[in-house]
Design a protein around this ligand. Structure first.
Ligand code: BGC
Length: 610
């Protein structure tokens, strides 16, 4: 009752946070451009295609497209390299120069933990790990580096930060959330926007941020999965069955705080709220976000999300745009969206005032980002390319890794390890696997498979290689993936956890460790040596008796390319400071966290040190 009353109070008094009206100063310039635009040019601005689906790049001119994205699997056709990415950007951007009004594209990408689609980029820990740092300055610095690497490819828009507040760890997107706690999400989401957008969107290193996925994507009920790609009943894109007070208490603070930081775009979600798709909900998109909270940037739909609003596509577009959606992410259906919205506008089913409002919002952001400045060339910044994947950038990611580690157990104070140990035996499927270390949304949408580390990640360091680099030259490092052969070693280090996944593919009814992980720990322990277990996972997993077998346990989340951040802590150059961003369930009986009863294995905020 008290919670409800507090929620209602917050709801009644929600006022635009400072920063929410950031784009008003660009209104008159936007309106002047709008006055020159035809209906088709306006609808084009509201349309976003995927670079990989643009079979004919002249469609950018034909439909006067406002935006292009490169989705999780949309690498440049010439191959994945910094040069090919920036060439792709420049090539597509050049297409707009043949259009009547020469309005550049706002090009978007999922730079959600670094510029993670691009080989050689610095890959940061996923948000679940950053949440354990509780360090907004560090999150801001990480986002700054990401922005610089994104701009090195020319791209000016990142679909980040994700300010989801996952309430069910079975969800395959749990790792995209900073925490189960709305206040931690709000604080770190705000820091990420400050880092991405910098002090001014017009700066050459600024990137337009996008808070996602509005709203309650992390609050869906198991078994309500809708339209998601993965197997099983799941909860991706499902239904959040909560009253409005709860919706506001848990799922809104991340948007209020990112608005405070001046976030320029917000992505309405696939999910429903009490049975109605958020992407077609006028109350949430227009009344709450735009009117009540004063958001004057623009809304970009999630990938094909408008299609889910109604089985009849025309009705879906009508409802979504009238609800307040400003731009459609219509990756391979951009022509269909364009033609449908044009019909709806001509029939008066979507009023011109709504279209003008959407286009004004998009233009405001483009103007703020300097895209319409006379000196904007549509080129990638080659001076930034020199710093791409640099040592300097990696240092910040390494700091993020070591501050994200949570020490869960350290019996007999076996950690930190001595660098001069006679022999360290390493095992576990993730000890030498950069793909498992990075998780989903890395190079490919679902992440990489197989430890192609050295080849595919120039500069990426696995835990095994970091141990080799850090231990003394007299220390013998031995390795067996299955953890066997540890007899006689000073200590064993086993790195286990989840394999990469993204979105619905990561929905799992059972969060138990897999048999190979359990066996690797067992094998290591059977050598009668002290065992350190490092768990790399996108959420707390059920540890079972691995917790008893291990002398020390570190939760490392999905740390990214900088494995040396782990050895920083393992060998005691830095003491662990990470605090759990999610409470850790004892067994599946304590999942989901939303309805957890009894004390968890480790509470939110838990974390030991040396
Ligand atoms: C995801 C978004 C992402 C978009 C573009 C969608 O499937 O839900 O988080 O930004 O794809 O790749």
């Amino acid at each position: 009752m008290i919670l409800l009353a507090a929620g209602l109070l917050a709801w009644a008094f929600a006022a635009p946070p400072p920063g929410a009206g950031s784009f008003a100063p660009y209104d008159s310039r936007a309106k002047a451009i709008l006055a020159k635009m035809s209906l088709d040019e306006k609808i084009g601005q509201m349309t976003q295609a995927d670079s990989a689906s643009l079979k004919d790049p002249s469609d950018i001119g034909t439909y006067a497209l406002g935006s292009v994205l490169s989705g999780g699997n949309s690498d440049p056709p010439e191959g994945n390299s910094l040069k090919n990415w920036s060439d792709l950007y420049e090539r597509l951007q050049a297409r707009t120069r043949n259009t009547r009004l020469r309005i550049p594209l706002l090009y978007g990408v999922d730079a959600v933990h670094g510029h993670n689609n691009v080989l050689g980029a610095v890959v940061f820990p996923h948000n679940i790990g950053l949440g354990c740092t509780r360090n907004p300055n560090l999150v801001e610095k990480a986002a700054r580096v990401t922005a610089e690497e994104v701009r090195a490819t020319g791209i000016q828009w990142a679909f980040a930060p994700c300010v989801t507040v996952p309430q069910d760890e079975r969800w395959g997107r749990t790792y995209e959330g900073f925490s189960e706690d709305p206040q931690i999400v709000a604080q770190l989401g705000e820091a990420a926007v400050r880092g991405l957008q910098g002090s001014s969107l017009a700066n050459p290193t600024a990137v337009v941020a996008c808070a996602k996925h509005f709203i309650a994507d992390g609050g869906t009920a198991w078994g309500t999965k809708h339209g998601g790609p993965g197997p099983g009943p799941g909860l991706d894109q499902g239904d959040a069955q909560v009253d409005e007070a709860t919706l506001r208490l848990i799922h809104l603070p991340g948007y209020v705080s990112t608005l405070r930081a001046g976030v320029a775009t917000i992505m309405p979600s696939y999910n429903s709220w009490n049975g109605q798709k958020v992407s077609g909900n006028k109350h949430l998109l227009t009344e709450v976000l735009k009117n009540e909270l004063g958001f004057d940037g623009f809304l970009i739909s999630d990938y094909d999300a408008i299609d889910q609003v109604n089985p009849d596509y025309k009705k879906a577009v009508e409802q979504s745009v009238n609800a307040g959606m400003d731009m459609a992410m219509a990756p391979d259906t951009y022509k269909k969206f364009f033609l449908t919205l044009r019909e709806l506008a001509l029939e008066g089913r979507v009023p011109m005032s709504r279209i003008d409002d959407a286009v004004t919002r998009i233009l405001r952001v483009k103007i703020a980002a300097g895209l319409l400045d006379a000196n904007y060339q549509g080129k990638a910044d080659t001076t930034l390319q020199a710093k791409f994947g640099s040592k300097e950038h990696r240092q910040i990611a390494r700091q993020a890794v070591r501050e994200s580690l949570v020490l869960l157990k350290n019996d007999g104070k076996i950690l930190p390890l001595a660098k001069t140990a006679a022999r360290i035996h390493v095992g576990g499927k993730s000890a030498d696997d950069i793909a498992n270390q990075c998780g989903g949304w890395t190079v490919d949408w679902q992440g990489l498979n197989g430890g192609k580390g050295g080849v595919l990640f120039p500069g990426g360091v696995t835990v095994l290689s970091a141990i080799r680099q850090t231990a003394s030259s007299s220390t013998q490092i031995t390795y067996a993936k299955d953890g066997t052969g540890g007899e006689g070693a000073t200590v064993g280090v086993v790195v286990i956890g989840e394999r990469p996944y993204a979105e619905g593919f990561g929905d799992r009814a059972d969060l138990a460790l897999d048999a190979a992980d359990v066996a690797a720990v067992k094998n290591m322990k059977s050598a009668r040596i002290p065992v350190v277990v490092i768990v790399m996972s996108g959420r707390p997993v059920i540890l079972g008796d691995v917790l008893d077998k291990a002398d020390a346990v570190i939760a490392a989340w999905l740390p990214g390319t900088e494995g040396a951040g782990i050895t920083d802590v393992l060998f005691g150059d830095f003491a662990p400071t990470g605090k759990l961003s999610f409470s850790w369930p004892r067994s599946m009986d304590q999942v989901p966290l939303r309805t957890r009863s009894g004390a968890p294995l480790f509470p939110l905020g838990y974390g030991l040190s040396y």
